[in-house]
Design a protein. Structure first.
Length: 117
């Protein structure tokens, strides 16, 4: 099927090969959408729910990816700065204190040793 007929055929989703779209995706920028989602989570479930989502899930996964991928490593300081803008130091400290020791160590290392001013 060609792109000229795509407008009349509802089953065509894209005219270019999938590799074209994947090559342009910037997976290391996913934190921006996750930060936006955190605002809605905070409104609906409170600060603890938002911190669970952003710090307990997304930050840990992003930091693991940053170990292997320089694009993720480059974005990590921006992600951390966004976290510090979204939550105050007492919310973050209280959340970290409530985690298990191994998670607590990981989060402290990420949030305090790499803290962006």
């Amino acid at each position: 099927m060609d792109c000229a007929r795509a407008s009349s055929d509802r089953q065509v989703i894209a005219c270019l090969p999938l590799q074209h779209y994947i090559a342009r995706m910037q997976f290391e920028k996913v934190w921006i959408e996750q930060r936006k989602a955190t605002g809605a989570i905070r409104r609906r479930f409170g600060a603890t729910g938002a911190l669970d989502y952003l710090l307990g899930e997304k930050l840990i996964m992003f930091a693991n990816a940053a170990r292997d991928d320089p694009n993720f490593a480059k974005e990590l300081p921006r992600f951390l700065a966004a976290i510090w803008r979204m939550f105050n130091q007492y919310e973050i400290a209280g959340y970290i204190a409530s985690r298990k020791p191994a998670t607590r160590r990981s989060l402290r290392q990420l949030l305090y040793s790499l803290k962006v001013a």
